[in-house]
Every structure is written in C-alpha cells, then in structure tokens.
Write a protein that binds this ligand. Sequence first.
Ligand code: ZN
Length: 305
Amino acid sequence: MSELPASVRIREVGPRDGFQNEPEVLPTDVKVRLIELLAASGVRRIELTSFVRPDVIPQLADADAVLERVRLPADVSASVLIPNERGLERALAHRERFSEINGFLSASETHNQHNVGRSVGESIAGLERTFARAEREGLRCEAVISTSFGCPYEGRVPADSVLEIARRLVAAGAQEVGFGDTTGMANPRQVRDFFAQARAELPAEVELTAHFHNTRGQGLANVLAALEAGVCSFESSFGELGGCPVPAGATGNIASEDLVSMLHEMGIATGIDLPALVAAARAAQEALGRKLTSHLLSAGPIDWR
Ligand code: ZN
C-alpha cells in the first residue's frame, strides 16, 4: 500500500447538497443552528448554501438569510455553490460572509442538459466568466465536475474527457477541482486509476477533491482508493444527507461521521471531534423528523476501552 496522508481536509456539504434534497423546507434558524454545530465540532470547510434560482430549489431560497445569520469561527472557510454569473452577483451582496465559491457542471452532456439546460461547452464558458469575476473579488474557486465516474444516462465517462474539462477550468482560475460520483457509480480500482492520472496531468498546486456518494455502498472503499492515489481533500455530508434524486430513493453523499471515524481509526487527522460531529448529525435527524442513514448514527464511535 502506498503512503497515506497524515491529515486530510474535509468540506462539509450537508447544508447545501444535503438540505437541497429534503422535501420539507427547513426553517432558516434550524439550518443556522445545524451549521454552527458543525463548525463547533471542528469542521473547517463548510458549503453553506447555494445561489440557485429560488423557484428551482425552494429549500435554498433563504441563501441570503443563512449567510447573514450564521456565526462561524474565523478559521472556518465558508463556501457557496454558484450556478452562474447571476448567482454570483446575488452572493456578492454578502461578500464578507464567505471566502470560496463552488462552480459546477457535469462531465457528460446528457446529465448537464438535464441538470442546468446547457451543453458542457456552454457551462465551461459560463464558469470562465464566473471564476474571472470571483477572482477579482478575491474569492477562491472550486470547480465541481459531476458524473466524473459515470453518468446515469450515458454510462461510462472517459477519464480523458473529465480531465480535459478540469484543465480548462483550472485555466479559468479554479484552484481546486472536485470530482463528483454523483450517482454512486465509481469503484475503488477506477478511483485509484483516475486520481493517479489526474495528479499526473493537472498542475501540482491544484487541490484535487473527491466527492463520493454512497448510493451503492462503495463510498468509503472509494475514499481509501483515493487516499492511496494521494488525494487529501474530501467532501461529505453529515447524516449521509443529500445526493442526487436519481435513482429515486438512493442514499446520498458519504456520511461525514462515517468518513471521519474511518480516517481517525486509520491514524489520519481531520481536526474534527467525532462525538460532536455525531451530535450534529443527531440534531439534523431530530430537525428532519426521520431516521438518517449514516452508520455512526446507529453504532456510535468505536469505544476502545
Ligand atoms: Zn453530493
């Protein structure tokens, strides 16, 4: 086994990726309380919300209020998901409340059309303009490429075409590229090969982030494969919230508390207090009024006494 990193960075995406897939609109105060619990557990990167059109995703229509109300320690880097230049303009009304943006597209044409009604080329052009504007504002840009490991409409997505998109977005100003397994189609061998190629082909200063979904129970196996390929940055969601509604009924992102538990047991530092993170996931479970699917919520952290 190759050398594993001593520590990793984790971006919590539950407040965006998670909540956006909940049918019941959560009150803003509840979201703010849950985000503050996450920060108190030691999570240092949090995607707070998204500036998508409120009529498209009513759950995140309170993006302005969430940004204004949430109180975070100074060392937390807050990010917002930005669908386009209009979304960035809305977010910039709260410029001092976040430091990073996440701009997204899909690696496959069909998924991108379904998701944002544009071709991949049109999305890249939009992100070039968005990142240029964000850079002028001093914001750090992450490009998130959905369906990087497989598309529910098109099947296999060639690594070469995913990395070509990544190269163009890096040229447009992305300092970090997140590769999303949006519907849980990745396997560990594919992940190891993919990130080895990505690390070899993309500039060394670009942060490579893995965004796995646990749709088919392979999320943490894929994390291990990514670690072995040198990946030190992950995105996850407390309570295993969220994910793509395709296929219907599928589970969401890998659970932050399951990820942190595995990493700590392997001796890899995250800076997160696991019991406090589990408590935050439990608070989300209570707020949503249904059982969430993370393993740690049922089993709790390992007690080695
Ligand atoms: Zn996700």
